[in-house]
Design a protein around this ligand. Sequence first.
Ligand code: HSE
Length: 401
Amino acid sequence: MTREKLKIGMFGYGCVGQGLHDVLNSSKGFKADIVKICVKDPNKKRRIPMSNFTFDKNDILNDPSINLVVELIDDPVAAFNIVTTAMKKGKNVVTANKVMLAKHFKQLVEMQDKYKVSLLYEASAGASIPIIRNLEEYYDNELLYSLRGILNGTTNYILTLMHNNAIDFNIALEEARAKGFAESDPTLDIEGWDAKYKLCIITGHAYGLFLDPEEVFHYGIKTISKFDIRYAREKGFKIKLVPFVGKTNENTITSFVLPRFISSDKYLYNVDYEYNGVITEAAFADKQFFSGKGAGGHATGSAVLSDISANSYGYRYEYKKYQQGTVSDYTRDYKLEVYLRYSKEKDRDLFKFEEISEFFSSASYKYVIGIINLQTLYALRKKIQGLDVFIVNTGRKGINT
Ligand code: HSE
């Protein structure tokens, strides 16, 4: 296969942009010509000569010699504008912007056909783990029962420090920020938004459904306390933030993001710090486990490089599961067993427990374990972030959760 000569216009020179630059410089086999890098702040000190930069997006978008736009900025609204303009002008695009992708997924998929361009985004979910390419190529005809994993490096880093070193949440978060793992607004990480956006992108490739992120329940680790860590440790578990998507019947899936207890015999137990891990369960391949660094400039840069290289060979996603159209429905009528730590009885009652298997109450610590319906959690989604509670999926009930 012949390789097209790439002339790249890049947007953003933050953590991922610089990571990509390093990765490109050390890559022996592949040379890409970065014509210009567009950045926002003309006064910021850069580590490469200023002649590499422009502050006008049109210097890239209107340059007919540039055939690939690599979009690595933080702002999803500006990113959407850049990406769609580039596609309309017939340029291929590589992006790592999960918020933008998840919010406009179907439209962006359709634009690729309309403008005969390719949009690649392996770095947007699981950073260095090639999960999207695997779902596209390896699992194209496989009956996939479920996919779950750790898709946010920041929360995994925080949970690892809390569990292993008894470090306070806020100190652990500051460390994750200092290492360049967290989003500029870390609420996206700790409330579970980031993991949800990644899950929605993965769901498009795993099942061919382009879900509106608003439809998917997510919950993060913002309210975790030392009581929850202590409970988990006593039972031999770690708590991890685990997005899940899976089949409930032949043509229906469900999905959600919840903290989950992980016992030491499970693959995800040893996925610590900024590492991510993904487990697929399929009819014939059975269980598979992918793991790798899920955050940080170099890990994300390596996935961007892989997309740039794939682009030079004319690679594009075919959205095979979408073409097959076997999954057509989404449901939240789904029972799961959860641990709920709470302080007020009236908060506990909001969760409408259907069965209770464990219950504890002291002056400082109260919890209940039992079965609830995902529909109830979804109905509470706006209220839940402000409640003095913490919820963990025990993983013991429900189908393949
Ligand atoms: N903030 C993200 C994370 C960066 O912690 O996983 C990688 O997408």
